[in-house]
Design a protein. Structure first.
Length: 572
C-alpha cells in the first residue's frame, strides 16, 4: 500500500504481543503454521529512527505463512506527539521502538489496540484511505456495540465509548477470533475480501500490476509509480489496492468470468467511483476520529436481512447482491467487482483475477460520507474545485442552491450530540478521485481542515450562517471576475472563438481561489470577520489583463471591464 515500498525487505520477528494474539485468535491452519512467519516484506519506512528499527526484524526462525491483515503490518500510522509518560511506556510495550511523533506500520489489531496512542492514518494514496476509513468505521461499530440501538440509546453508548478513551483489547481479540480463517490474504479456502470461486470461473491470472491502480494501464498513463505490470506487489501494498478495487473499480471490460455455462467480462463501476468522501477528523486523536466516523442509526439502511461484512458471512451469488441492511454491510459489502490474488512463498502478489462481481446494478443506498444532491446524485470529485468551497454544505444540514440543493453526509447528523469539547476539536478529512466511470482517471487528492465542526448549524447557527455567507460571497466574486475578464478578452480579440480564452481565464481563477481560501479561513476562525474577496478579484484582474493593454483599444477595453468589479451595481 506504500508510495514506494521496499521490495524483498527483511523478515519481521513477531513480538510477544503478536504471539499472544495468534494464540487467542486460533488462526492456525492445518496446512500452515498459523500467523507466525514473515510480515510484509515491503513495510513502509520514513526516516531512520527507533520506530523504523522496530519495523526491521530478522526472522531466521520464522515459518512461511499467509499474510494476515489482522496482525501483519500494512497500515501506516503516525504516533501522537503529545503522549504522557504513562502512554509512552504503553507505546513501548505495544510497539517496541516506536516514538512520539514517529511513523510506524501496523495491522488491524495493533491499530485498534493502540488507537488512543495514535494521531492519524498516514496512507499515501487517497483512494486507499477512503476505503480504509470505511472499513475501520465498520469494525469500530462492531467492537463497540455502535452497530445496534436506536436514537438516545445509541448516543449514550457512543458517549460511554468516548469516555473509556480506548478500545477494549478483549473485545478486539474476541472479534478477530470469531472470524478466524477469514483474515489471510492468500488463504486457499476463504482469502480475505476475495472470491475463491474465481480460481475456477476465470481462465488465468492477470499481471500483478493490474491490482495497483497507481501503475500505468489502459487509458491511464504513469501516476505515482512507473513499475511495469509484471512486477509483483508486496502483500502490504496488495491489501490496500484490494480495498480500492471494491470501491473505485471502473465499468467496462475485465477478465472473463464464467458461471453456469455463460461467460461475461462486463463490469459495472464501483459505488464510490468519481466521488469525494468527507470524514469527521480529530487531529492527534485517531481513536476519536474512528468513533466519530461511525454513522448514527438514522443513516442506516433498513432492508431486511443480516447486517454482515464479507468476512462475517457466506459467499453470495453475484447475480443478485442483497441491499445493505445495517451500518456494517453498508460500509463493507457494496461492490461491483470480484478479485482473487495469487501469492508466492515470500508474501508477494504475483497475479490477480479482477472481474465482475455483480451482473445487475447494485441496490440503491446512501453512503454516509458523501454529499447528496437533489439532482445528479452524490457530489463528484473535481480536481478543478478546491475542497473548502463545499465545507458549508457540511455545516448546514441542507444547503439550498439556485438550481441544485445539497444534503450533507449523514455521518455528520449526530456529531452535534458529541460532548462540546470533542465537537469543537473536530475538522474534516476529504479524500477524492477525479475519474470517469470507465477506466480513465485524472487525479486523486486529499485535504484536512482545521477544527470547524463546532460551527455546525445545530450547535452554532450564527457561525454556520456566517461561513455559508462567506462562501457565497467568494463564489459571487469569482463569477464577477470571470465576467470582467471575458468581456475584456472578447473586446480585444474580436472574432476569436470563446474556447480560446479558457487558458486566460483559468490561470486568473486559479490564482483567485488560492488567495480567496486564506480569506475564507479567517471567517472560520472569527465569524465576525469581513472577507476581502473584492480586493482579491481586482488584484487578479489587473495581473491577468496586463497582456491585453498593449494598444489604446486594449487599455480602453480593460478599463471598461474593470468598472464591473469596482462598481458592481453599475453606478460609476
Amino acid at each position: 500500500m506504500g508510495g514506494s515500498p521496499r521490495r524483498g525487505g527483511t523478515l519481521q520477528r513477531a513480538t510477544d504481543n503478536e504471539r499472544s494474539l495468534v494464540d487467542s485468535m486460533g488462526l492456525r491452519h492445518p496446512s500452515s503454521a498459523a500467523c507466525m512467519s514473515k510480515a510484509s516484506p515491503g513495510a513502509l519506512r520514513s526516516r531512520p529512527s527507533r520506530a523504523d528499527r522496530f519495523m526491521d526484524f530478522s526472522g531466521e526462525d520464522e515459518v512461511a505463512r499467509s499474510f494476515c491483515v489482522v496482525r501483519d503490518r500494512w497500515i501506516p500510522v503516525i504516533v501522537r506527539s503529545d503522549l504522557g509518560s504513562g502512554e509512552v511506556a504503553e507505546l513501548e510495550r505495544l510497539m517496541p521502538g516506536a516514538v512520539p511523533g514517529g511513523r510506524v506500520v501496523v495491522g488491524l489489531h495493533l491499530l485498534f489496540e493502540a488507537a488512543h496512542l495514535l494521531a492519524d492514518l498516514d496512507v499515501p494514496h487517497p483512494p486507499v484511505e477512503a476505503m480504509l476509513r470505511r472499513l475501520l468505521a465498520a469494525v469500530t461499530a462492531r467492537v463497540t456495540g455502535l452497530d445496534a440501538g436506536r436514537s438516545e440509546e445509541w448516543l449514550d453508548r457512543r458517549e460511554d465509548v468516548l469516555a473509556a478513551g480506548r478500545f477494549d483489547a478483549a473485545e478486539l481479540r474476541a472479534y478477530w477470533g470469531k472470524h478466524s480463517g477469514r483474515w489471510n490474504l492468500y488463504d486457499a479456502t476463504r482469502p480475505y475480501l476475495q472470491d475463491p470461486r474465481l480460481a475456477a470461473e476465470c481462465r488465468e491470472d492477470g499481471p500483478p500490476g493490474r491490482l495497483a491502480m497507481n501503475r500505468p494501464s489502459g487509458n491511464n498513463g504513469v501516476w505515482t509509480d512507473n513499475t511495469p505490470q509484471a512486477v509483483p506487489l508486496d502483500a502490504a501494498e496488495a491489501a490496500g489496492w484490494l480495498l480500492v478495487w471494491y470501491g473505485f473499480g471502473p465499468s467496462g471490460t475485465a477478465a472473463v468470468r464464467s458461471r453456469n455455462g455463460r461467460g461475461s467480462k462486463t463490469c459495472k463501476a464501483g459505488p464510490y467511483r468519481s466521488l469525494i468522501s468527507y470524514f469527521p477528523h480529530a487531529p492527534e486523536r485517531l481513536f476519536v476520529s474512528l468513533v466519530a466516523s461511525v454513522p448514527g442509526p438514522s443513516a442506516w439502511p433498513t432492508s431486511p436481512g443480516d447486517d454482515l461484512a464479507p468476512w462475517e458471512g457466506d459467499l453470495l451469488a453475484p447475480t443478485a447482491p442483497p441491499a445493505p441492511s445495517g451500518p456494517v454491510s453498508l460500509l463493507t459489502a457494496r461492490t461491483a467487482h470480484a478479485v482473487l490474488l495469487t501469492g508466492d512463498d515470500v508474501g508477494r502478489t504475483t497475479g490477480c483475477r479482477v472481474t465482475w462481481g455483480t451482473s445487475v446494478a447494485l441496490p440503491a443506498a446512501v453512503d454516509p460520507y458523501v454529499i447528496e444532491r437533489d439532482k445528479g446524485g452524490p457530489l463528484l470529485a473535481s480536481r478543478e474545485r478546491a475542497v473548502w468551497r463545499d465545507l458549508d454544505a457540511l455545516l448546514l444540514k441542507v444547503r439550498p442552491g439556485t438550481r441544485v440543493s445539497r444534503r450533507r453526509p449523514t455521518v455528520f447528523d449526530t456529531l452535534a450530540d458529541l460532548p462540546p469539547d470533542t465537537l469543537r476539536s473536530l475538522g474534516v478529512r476529504a479524500v477524492a478521485w477525479d475519474q470517469e466511470r470507465r477506466d480513465k482517471n485524472s487525479r486523486w487528492y486529499e485535504a484536512t481542515t482545521p477544527p470547524l465542526l463546532g460551527h455546525m448549524e445545530e450547535n452554532s447557527p450564527e457561525g454556520a450562517a456566517a461561513i455559508a455567507a462567506a462562501h457565497h460571497q467568494a463564489e459571487a466574486a469569482a463569477s464577477a471576475l470571470g465576467r470582467a475578464l471575458s468581456a475584456a478578452w472578447h473586446a480585444v480579440n474580436t472574432g476569436r472563438r470563446s474556447q480560446e480564452r479558457s487558458g486566460f481565464l483559468g490561470r486568473a481563477l486559479t490564482r483567485y481561489w488560492e488567495e480567496a481560501e486564506t480569506e475564507f479561513w479567517k471567517v472560520v476562525t472569527d465569524t465576525g470577520e469581513r472577507p476581502a474577496f473584492r480586493r482579491i478579484t481586482l488584484s487578479c484582474f489587473d495581473t491577468a489583463a496586463k497582456p491585453l493593454k498593449t494598444t489604446v483599444h486594449g487599455m480602453d477595453a480593460v478599463a471598461k471591464a474593470r468598472v464591473g468589479l469596482t462598481h458592481p451595481s453599475g453606478k460609476k
